[in-house]
Design a binder for this molecule. Structure first.
Ligand SMILES: NC(=O)c1ccc[n+]([C@@H]2O[C@H](COP(=O)([O-])OP(=O)(O)OC[C@H]3O[C@@H](n4cnc5c(N)ncnc54)[C@H](O)[C@@H]3O)[C@@H](O)[C@H]2O)c1
Length: 248
């Protein structure tokens, strides 16, 4: 018996990095997982591995997110959990001073990281509302708490996700839907290892209470707690998962 037997979980950005860890983790706990990602090939590979459903989606596109939710519902008959994880992160490297961020790049980051999370939530909302229950787990970043330099668009977008979570939780409380947000520290995904390198990873390790690398699997337990009945009376909250770097 898995903890999420019979439940349907959509993981946006579920094909790589932290999202892939969520896809695998929820599947291992018995959930039917829709791996929703811009990268169709990678989504197919993860979905095949876990026996899930691969969905190609650009979360910044309203019709795309509606089609994502409909496809998951059509296949599995319900939607219990949205792991709102997709974002432009490792793909917007390298870091640059705020004066050098092109306006188009700023707008694209906001479109994917902020509008995308709102649209994915809005797409699953009718299904969760009809069920009288749902769990939305958003992904921010501890950079929104600490103010990391040279990624102004990214850090701003992640701050917006905290505000979005709080305001949306107020609107959805009466629908039986909780909305919470996780703020990971620097996670050693392939993108981070390639883009930032070991020096930055080592600096973060030194800043933590628990002095080791953060791996994608470190996020799965918090997401499962926020997706489970154990967190039924918790909404609008920020759970910081960074090995005790920032004490929020
Ligand atoms: N890795 C870290 O150190 C770190 C730290 C804090 C927060 N986060 C957050 O965690 C989440 C996952 O980060 P990651 O490091 O695993 O990222 P990643 O870049 O490794 O993976 C992101 C995934 O999202 C997909 N994606 C990108 N744009 C998309 C779009 N428009 N529509 C659908 N899918 C799209 C990509 O194809 C990819 O599979 C992000 O929200 C990120 O901001 C990451």
């Amino acid at each position: 018996m898995g903890q999420f037997d019979g439940q349907v979980v959509i993981v946006t950005g579920g094909a790589m990095g932290i999202g892939a860890a969520h896809s695998r983790g929820f599947a291992a706990a018995g959930a039917k997982v829709a791996v929703a990602d811009l990268d169709e090939v990678a989504a197919n590979a993860v979905a095949r591995e876990i026996g899930g459903l691969a969905l190609k989606v650009d979360v910044s596109d309203e019709e795309g997110t509606k089609a994502m939710a409909k496809a998951a519902f059509d296949r599995y008959g319900r939607i219990d959990v949205l792991i709102n994880n997709a974002a432009l992160f490792s793909t917007i490297l390298p870091k640059k001073p705020w004066t050098e961020i092109p306006v188009q790049e700023w707008d694209r980051v906001m479109a994917v990281n902020v509008r995308g999370m709102m649209l994915a939530a809005r797409a699953v909302f009718p299904y969760m509302k009809a069920q009288g229950k749902g769990r939305i787990v958003n992904t921010s970043s501890n950079t929104a708490l600490s103010g990391v330099p040279f990624l102004l668009h990214y850090v701003t977008s992640k701050g917006a996700i905290i505000a979005l979570t709080r305001a949306l939780a107020r609107e959805l409380g009466d629908s039986g839907i909780t909305v919470n947000v996780i703020t990971p520290g620097l996670v050693s995904t392939e993108g981070v290892k390639k883009g930032y390198g070991q020096e930055m990873i080592d600096a973060r390790i030194a800043a933590r209470s628990i002095k080791r690398e953060q791996v994608p699997e470190d996020l799965v337990g918090a997401a499962m707690f926020l997706a489970s009945d154990a967190s039924a009376f918790i909404t609008g909250q920020v759970i910081n998962v960074d090995g005790g770097q920032i004490m929020h």
